[in-house]
Design a protein around this ligand. Sequence first.
Ligand code: SF4
Ligand code: SF4
Ligand code: SF4
Length: 353
Amino acid sequence: MSSPSTMKINGREIEFHKGKTILEVCRENDITVPTLCHDDRLKPYGGCRLCIVEIQGVPRPLASCTTPAEAGMEVTTETPRLTRLRKTVLELLLSNHPNDCMCCEAAGNCGLQTLAYQYGARLDKYPGEQWQLPIRQDNPFITYEPNKCIVCGRCTRICNEVVMAGTISITNRGFEVMPDTAFGKPRSLLNCEFCGQCVSACPTGALTDRKGRGLGRSADVKKVKTTCTYCGTGCNFFLNVKDDRVIRVTSDLSAPVNKGNLCIKGRYGYDFIHHEDRITTPLIKDGDGFREASWDEALELVASKFNSLIAEHGPEKVGGFSSSRCTNEENYLLAKWVRCAVGSNNVDNCARV
Ligand code: SF4
Ligand code: SF4
Ligand code: SF4
């Protein structure tokens, strides 16, 4: 890697590597810059203009998300002019936004609400025409409330840049601009993968998870970080738990494996956790059916069957196949058990084929 360059941000001398934007350098150095259209998973967009900063020698503020950091730059992220401009941008966004925070799914976890509060933006500063569009429930997993959309393009960009499904894009022109499918068809009729990536990228309550609607907002849940059990990729996410029940899965943008991205199984396939048919005790075959047993009884039965098989046919007739759905530690234990307890080297894993 080339040697770092230096620039000044808010009077602080900062080292950075060539190729970074000003916003990236700020965030790497814990300098807060507000954004609504930015998502670390996406290419810089420069749409919301909230990340504007002042650069010495440049007459107008520039969007820090699309401006490359350069050696010797002197950047200021907070000035009275920037505050005034950001407040105006927010008030323009609020000019056709519904006053719905009291019962909105996103309240408490909404970028627009947070920044409007921070900058003292008023809903009624620029009274104008309001969208009165119906709530769309034409997808089994996603609720779309177009009236709450600020047209940041995060949903369409993640669908195109990351998922590469191309299900939605920015449609129409002027006041009618909004993210939508081709000809407004239900997503479920197109090539939507139901991955919910668009929901995870939305900074407002315009896109929300349908299954968790009305069950609890962000302040009501305990977020438990965990690893998905569906495949060997090992994506991380947060289980949102309320009253000992999982009501939603949300992205962990800091996860090293998946960076907040998930597929349909990880994001929406959590019903099994509380399903009434879930097996919660060991079952031992009994005639044509099964009977419930204790763990001690079940493990003793399995051990005795293995012992008699090994005594009759030899250890090389026994092998172990482990699963990528298990943790590394569980896979290691299975290999150790086959090699040390059984005395065989017949060990394999489903991920190898
Ligand atoms: S999307 Fe955000 S600002 Fe809009 S109503 Fe919901 S919580 Fe309030
Ligand atoms: S659920 Fe996934 S595939 Fe469907 S529109 Fe959203 S991002 Fe695109
Ligand atoms: S639906 Fe959400 S993510 Fe998509 S453009 Fe509107 S506010 Fe942005």
